[in-house]
Structure formats: C-alpha cells, structure tokens
Write a protein that binds this ligand. Structure first.
Ligand SMILES: Cc1cc2nc3c(=O)[nH]c(=O)nc-3n(C[C@H](O)[C@H](O)[C@H](O)COP(=O)(O)OP(=O)(O)OC[C@H]3O[C@@H](n4cnc5c(N)ncnc54)[C@H](O)[C@@H]3O)c2cc1C
Length: 413
C-alpha cells in the first residue's frame, strides 16, 4: 500500500491543470491514469477531428498554444502533442495504465484500489471526464443484428465503415460533424435530429468564441443562473473547426437526410418522432438569439464592427413531413452511429455524494465527504469549467483548498 497526500484520478486536462498547481506548491500527489496522458483525445476522437475552440483558447495554467495560427483549430494529433508537452513541462507525476477500480473512505482517509496496487490518501480528486460513458437507448439491442452499431468515440473515418447507408443518431456537434464527413465522402446518410444549438462559426467579423469570450459568457458562474440545477444539462453548441457553418441546412446541402428524433427500433424498423420542424425552429431561434446578443453587446460597448445581415432562413420543404418510419433493409442502412450524449459512471466510488441519477453533489468541486473532490464537470462553476480554456480556474480553486495556501500562477511556457 502506498501512502500519498492526494490522489488525482485521470490525466486529461483537468487532472493535469490541477497537478500543475500542486507541483508548483510542492504538494505530494500522484495522477492515476487508466491509459496514457490525454487518453480520450488519443482514442476517442475520429481521424479528421479538430477542436471547435480556436488555438488561442488552447491554454492551461503555465502552458498555451504558441504556433503560427492562433485563429486555427487544432487537429486531434496536435491536441495530444499539446497535452504530452504540458505533462512533460512540469514532470507531472502520472502513473499510466493504472485503472482505479474503487474509492472508499477508510479510517478518516481514502483508500484507492487500482489495477496496480492500493493507495492510502488524505484526499482524492476525481478528474475522470464529463464525457465518460456514451449513451445508447435500451431499444438499440432490438435493432437487426446485421446493422453495425458504434459510438462516435469509436468512429474513425468513412472508409472504416461497412458499405451501405449510415444513420447518425443525434444532431449535437459530434453527430453533425460525423454526418457531414460521411455525406461528403459520398455515402447516403440519415440524421436523427433532436434538440440542438447551432452557432455561426463567425459573426460580425469575429469567431463565435471571440464573442463568447468578449461578452463574458464563458466565465459566467453558476450562481448567476436563474436555474442553477439546469446548468450543464442543455445541448452543446454545434459548430465545426472549419470555416463553413455546420447546421441542418448545410448538411442537407451535402446530401444528408434529416429525420425527427429516433423513438424506437425493432428489427429492421426504425420509428422517428414527427418533430423535425420543431427542432429546426428551436435551433433557428437559438442562432438568432446569439446574433441579437452580439448586436446588443456591440451597441452597448460601442464597438466598431460592420453590421451583418442575419439572413433569416426560410423553413425548407424537407422539414415538413419527414418520414416517421424507416426500414433499414429498404434504405440499405448498414451502420448506426450513436451520437446521443454521455453519462457519468461513478459506481466505483463508495460515498454518499451523488444524486439519484448519479451526478456528483458538489460546489466548485468540493463534496460533503471531506477530502473527496471533483474537477472538469460541465458547468461545474463556470460555463467553461470543462473547456481546455476554463478548467484552469477551477483547478486553481481546488489547489488552494488542498494546499491551504495562496498559489503562484505558473509562468506560461
Ligand atoms: C468530441 C468532443 C469534442 C470536444 N471539443 C472541445 C473543444 O474543441 N474545446 C474544448 O475546450 N473542449 C472540448 N471538449 C470538452 C473537453 O475539453 C473534453 O471533454 C476533455 O477531454 C475534458 O477533459 P478532462 O480532463 O475533464 O476529461 P478527460 O479528457 O475525459 O480525461 C479523463 C481521464 O481520466 C481517465 N480515467 C477515467 N476513468 C478512470 C479510472 N477509473 N481510472 C484511471 N483513469 C481514469 C481517462 O482515461 C481520461 O484520460 C470536447 C469534448 C468532446 C467529447
């Protein structure tokens, strides 16, 4: 059994950002990682993946993007390199290929059972990622066995899928990006569409994230929300790391067939809700709301930027009367790709700190179980708590609570 002050579980951006502060404070800690540093960026992103946040926002405590394209969008392999360099820059104490199997209180401390031994720690920080376990409805088991099913995290490229059409379930950012890539590769693609929130890549001369940053929306804290319990439950913004916008109209332009949300599957029969139109109307309203917010801000702040015609898009014919029953054999659908969101699984943590649906009850990462903390959850404190650019602020707060001292901000390497 190894005794250590603090065990951090997970060496993604959250675990590393915290470790950066703890290392600077010379606080004894270890990061236990089931794979390699930034494992989810290595193994759960498709080949053509690009970040949706611009390079200038790829910054963590003591480390930031320094390349020639601050307005560009990093590819998957560059993201992995960025995190590798970060971990190396301060010799982060990462133990790779160590899976934590159980965490439980023991004699006023915490015991951590892993695939390679046991740790005894004064505190444990769970930084295992908000997008941990992909969701799939129970009826997926009833789909005809000849249809290949996978999650977006396992999707790599169009040529690695069986021949035939594909159904992508979920119109969030991953679902729309994957549908777009498949359609552009010449494949017939159906997209099951639910609630989603498209944003224009650029508006009034600037990237959308420039506006969100400038308007202070990314650092908005949970205390300022009317319904804090709803924080982080809405759909993620739909964008692509390409100059072209990503939304249903663009996808249809590339040949994607949009449908309502997938309600049921039985053998070769798929049934969809008759809600494509209402999802599109809600999405349009969201996009228009963003533009209005920017326009109001521009006026209030007296910025000199060109006005931009919002170009109200009419309701297209395809949104009216999309089929509600689709037969996989008839349409030659050989693959279903689930892009239906994620859940978290903390069944391995024995502490009374979870809601009935399994979400951690915490404030700024601190739970009521002394010494048990979380980091990297969506909207944990700020809107960008689970963004590369946002996790550092939450990590600084936890590090202060852990070390009991003020921190020196690490110099940016
Ligand atoms: C498809 C996608 C695209 C995204 N794009 C962007 C973007 O463009 N910009 C942006 O700012 N954010 C983006 N995000 C959000 C966020 O930056 C990522 O989800 C990021 O991976 C979160 O970092 P993390 O450290 O909190 O969690 P993770 O990266 O998930 O890291 C958690 C680590 O914990 C390890 N782990 C889990 N369980 C155990 C265990 N039991 N024992 C040991 N180790 C364990 C995992 O292997 C993993 O390495 C995106 C998210 C997704 C899913």
């Amino acid at each position: 059994m190894e005794k250590v002050e603090t065990v951090v579980i997970g060496a993604g951006q959250a675990g590393l950002a915290l470790s950066r502060y703890l290392t600077a404070a010379e606080h004894e800690h270890v990061l236990l990682e089931q794979g390699q540093v930034a494992q989810r960026w290595r193994s759960e992103r498709w080949d053509s993946f690009r970040l949706l946040t611009p390079n200038w926002q790829t910054r963590l405590p003591g480390h930031r993007y320094r390349g020639p394209a601050p307005e560009g969008f990093m590819r998957r392999d560059a993201v992995v390199r960025f995190f590798d360099e970060y971990a190396q820059s301060f010799s982060a104490p990462v133990m790779t290929d160590v899976r934590v199997r159980r965490v439980a209180p023991y004699a006023g401390r915490w015991r951590v059972w892993t695939s390679r031994g046991t740790y005894d720690a004064a505190r444990v920080v769970v930084a295992t990622g908000h997008y941990a376990a992909p969701r799939r409805p129970a009826f997926a088991d009833r789909l005809a066995s000849g249809v290949h099913q996978l999650f977006t995290r396992d999707y790599r490229s169009p040529d690695r899928l069986p021949d035939g059409a594909a159904l992508v379930v979920g119109a969030g950012p991953s679902g729309q990006q994957v549908a777009s890539e498949l359609a552009r590769s010449g494949r017939r693609v159906f997209l099951a569409v639910g609630r989603h929130r498209p944003l224009p890549r650029r508006y009034r001369e600037q990237d959308v994230y420039w506006w969100l940053d400038r308007m202070g929306l990314l650092t908005r804290t949970i205390d300022t929300l009317e319904n804090p319990h709803l924080a982080g439950t809405g759909p993620s913004a739909v964008l692509s790391g390409e100059p072209e916008d990503l939304d249903l109209r663009h996808l249809v332009g590339h040949g994607v067939v949009p449908l309502g949300h997938l309600r049921d599957a039985d053998g070769t029969s798929l049934s969809f809700a008759d809600d494509l139109l209402s999802s599109l109307v809600a999405a349009d309203r969201h996009t228009a709301g963003f533009r209005t917010r920017v326009d109001d801000y521009v006026e209030r702040a007296g910025l000199r930027v060109q006005p931009q015609d919002p170009a109200e898009a009419p309701i297209p014919a395809w949104a009216l009367g999309a089929p509600t029953v689709v037969n996989t054999s008839r349409e030659r659908i050989a693959t279903v790709i689930w892009a239906a969101g994620y859940r978290r699984d903390y069944s391995w943590i024995a502490a009374p700190v979870f809601t009935p649906s399994g979400e951690p009850i915490q404030r700024r990462g601190i739970t009521r179980a002394p010494g048990l903390m979380f980091l990297g959850l969506r909207f944990m404190y700020r809107r960008n708590s689970n963004f590369i650019d946002g996790v550092g602020a939450d990590a600084a707060y936890l590090a202060r609570r852990i070390t009991g001292s003020e921190l020196v901000e690490p110099a940016v390497a």
